[in-house]
Design a protein around this ligand. Structure first.
Ligand SMILES: [Zn+2]
Ligand SMILES: [Zn+2]
Length: 256
């Protein structure tokens, strides 16, 4: 399997990062996509540092909506340059977060749009973070991204069947994380059940959002097996099929 979204650069892994990577590989997680948002600009290499150190990692480069207010003109130039790295597969995570509003919404929108333009120029998919901002996120994608026909990932999908349908119609893959194992996440589970086989991905978002039965603990890629089991059960698919299709989907979107 491939963990399509994790933050193993996080300080929460400073004590035991090598052991976490070993446990992931032992659990069948052969690759992980290291999200490169780090502590925000000007440091844009958080993901690529891991990819340079360990063959199990692919990486993204991007400015998180939380950090939008920190972004300067030279950061966008640097971001575009870093996409030439052979293991930089996508731009992300980018988008809008109206739950925390750590950056003003106008700054979030502007930084999101600029990064979609950079991704289009590099012909790389985008990884979307959206929270309490579905309408604006989908509207900006429709206007600035869908015409390029490159596609992308809705990371840690947290919507219901309606948001799933709208995102799928815009050409996106839906990536499910630990939330899908939470007993009350019925709308997310319904979305996971109805996502077409060729559009589903799986992730941890480690160190966040650990799946049941480790909910509330630090998350790590090895725990993704719990999420995979739940997804297979919801979809009525054999576990091995779920693992294989998510890996094939990752390859089709990101490795060609
Ligand atoms: Zn996120
Ligand atoms: Zn993330």
């Amino acid at each position: 399997m491939i963990d399509s979204h994790c933050h193993l650069d996080s300080a929460e892994f400073d004590e035991d990062r090598d052991a976490v990577i070993e446990r992931a590989i032992a659990a069948g997680i052969e690759h992980m996509m290291a999200i490169g948002t780090g502590n925000g600009p000007p440091d844009l290499e958080a993901g690529l540092r891991l990819a340079d150190q360990h063959p199990a990692f692919y990486a993204t480069v991007g400015i998180h909506p939380h950090d939008a207010a920190k972004a300067k003109t030279e950061d966008f130039k640097r971001l575009a340059d870093l996409l030439a790295h052979p293991r930089a597969l996508a731009v992300g995570e980018i988008g809008l977060d109206y739950h925390y509003d750590f950056s003003p919404r106008e700054a979030q929108k502007s930084v999101f749009i600029q990064q979609m333009e950079i991704a289009a120029g590099a012909k790389k998919p985008i990884v979307i973070h959206t929270r309490e901002a579905w309408d604006d996120t989908l509207a900006l994608i429709e206007q600035h991204w869908t015409p390029h026909a490159i596609g992308g990932i809705m990371h840690c999908f947290s919507g219901g069947p309606d948001e799933a349908r709208r995102a799928l119609d815009l050409g996106f893959y839906l990536s499910f994380g630990g939330i899908v194992t939470f007993p009350k996440a019925l709308a997310v589970q319904e979305a996971a059940t109805s996502t077409p086989r060729d559009r589903i991905l799986i992730e941890t978002d480690a160190p966040y959002l650990a799946p049941v039965p480790k909910r509330g603990k630090r998350n790590e890629p090895a725990l993704m097996v719990h999420t995979a089991r739940k997804l297979a059960e919801l979809r009525g698919e054999p576990y091995d099929d779920l693992c294989r299709t998510t890996t094939e989907n990752f390859g089709r979107l990101l490795l060609n």
